[in-house]
Ligand binder design. Sequence first.
Ligand code: PGA
Length: 249
Amino acid sequence: MISKQTLLNVVADYEALSSLAAAEVIRQVKQKPNACFCLAAGDTPKGMMRYLVEAQRRNEADFSQSHFVLLDEWVGLDKQDEGSCQHFLYTNLFEPLQIAESQIHGFDAKADDVEEECRQINTTIKELGGIDLTVLGIGVNGHIGFNEPGVDFTKEAHVVHLEETTTSVGAKYFADQQQAPEQGLTLGVSQIMEADKAVIIASGANKRPAVYALLYEQVSSQCPASILRTHHHFQLLCTEDSYPNYEAM
Ligand code: PGA
């Protein structure tokens, strides 16, 4: 059963999804101009980011006081590396929105001591007063950020050995690689759960099993996204092609 807290919105296609997700972000920044956002990189949020950039260009949104916390990164990569999460965020969001470095809070996944990077981002999030709104994708294996199946829900930022599914699906971000890096750095589920509002966006038939597990299977670390069903302010926005036909399954 879907819990009472879960708001489910099934829309016709990717454009509708992108526009609806952008509307959530815009609503938040209007309500609190210095809000702290945690927005996932990836193919799914790309359209949403285009709508956000257009909104600021038309003076319908102003992100000049907002803060952005990085969700995850491939270990060994930074914003200079094509295929990295930061490269994606700078290209599709931060640069077009003219977000200053002081508004961006990340970790250095190229650092010698990535554990220390995790400790620092944990402190930074607390200093910022927590995340107001997070917009997440969902992996085909049900992951959120790089919180893979079996993750400890109580963890804060940590280093992860990524599943083969994640590294092979992740190869799409890298023009010249068959596989993405095998380690990731991610905010933990506990930090996602502490966000004031959480949104997951899903598009494409390949996400249907993960969306099914999120909505209808037991809340379990086997589908990390399923824990969001217990979040006090959670919305799932998905396209018709990613929505499981529950009756038929
Ligand atoms: P995608 O990635 O938006 O590129 O499908 C989602 C994810 O794996 O978290």
